[in-house]
Design a protein. Structure first.
Length: 287
């Protein structure tokens, strides 16, 4: 990529083939390597666009403008800029965690650009209030900020296993590595932006069809949230798929289940080898 373009700064990669364009956008603490378990099955059937969010440890910290990236709208602008640079006319967008709402904001600005939004473990608000269960009390997030400030490495060692949510030491190690790659000041600023955001009001402006995928037990997203989003999004044929697994990172802990959910949403595709049909056994996803 031309280093003078945003695509270069965000390490954009375009892989695979196919008539449909699939955009994969990772969440907080991650980078585009989050998708490595499922990418071989996707790029055999789609043209896949991957990139690192501006807060990722894979992006030069000099690119991160604290004043600009204090709202989710800046990330939506980045997404639209990248798609414009790549001359994308239509795509399916997969947004994990905070990237889910980034995709919603982008789709409001340019609805014709998005064929479908797949919102993976996404939430429009993480704080509880009187009539909404976001998953976190004010004291929880204030303590998180304090722990990130006082000893970032210690915070990572406690936070990563909670987010992974299952006994998968290799995944905890992988996610911990991604978190440790982040600049701690950037990580804290982004955490504040995410936890202080409330974009529930924009859901009614999202006219793009949305497919919501959520795990059954996720420390970051209560099970009520996907149904809340389904009720408030205005696209046709919005759906909720609940994966019968725990954790916030199904692309790393349960790639087979996630791929089957993608197949249910996007339609069948060709397997890349004999193992793929076994890996994508459909019996383990609750739809």
């Amino acid at each position: 990529m031309d280093s003078g373009l945003l695509s270069g700064a965000l390490n954009v990669r375009v892989v695979g083939s196919g008539d449909r364009v699939l955009v994969l956008s990772h969440g907080f603490g991650g980078d585009q390597s989050m998708w490595h378990c499922i990418l071989p099955y996707l790029d055999a059937n789609f043209k896949v666009i991957l990139f690192d969010m501006a807060f990722s440890g894979k992006v030069d910290a000099k690119h991160f403008d604290f004043g600009r990236y204090n709202s989710l709208s800046a990330y939506a602008t980045d997404l639209l800029t990248v798609l414009e640079e790549l001359k994308v006319e239509k795509c399916v967008y997969v947004g994990h965690s905070v990237s889910g709402m980034v995709g919603c904001l982008a789709a409001i600005k340019k609805p014709d650009l998005f064929e479908k939004l797949i919102l993976l473990c996404a939430s429009p608000r993480y704080l509880n209030d009187e009539f909404y269960q976001g998953g976190f009390e004010r004291g929880d997030v204030d303590a998180l900020y304090c722990n990130m400030r006082s000893d970032y490495a210690a915070w990572v060692s406690g936070f990563a296993p909670l987010v992974v949510g299952v006994d998968e030491p290799s995944v905890v190690k992988e996610f911990s590595r991604m978190l440790m790659n982040m600049n701690p000041e950037i990580a804290l600023a982004v955490a504040r932006t995410i936890f202080e955001s409330d974009v529930r009001h924009i859901l009614c402006d999202v006219k793009t069809p949305c497919s919501i995928i959520q795990t059954a037990k996720d420390i970051a997203v209560p099970i009520s949230v996907p149904y809340y989003m389904q009720c408030n999004l205005r696209g046709k044929s919005n759906s909720v798929d609940i994966l019968d697994i725990n954790g916030h990172l199904p692309q790393l802990t349960s790639p087979a289940l996630l791929l089957q959910a993608f197949k249910n949403i996007l339609g069948s595709w060709d397997s890349i080898n004999g193992e793929a049909s076994v890996m994508l056994a459909p019996t383990t996803v609750k739809i």
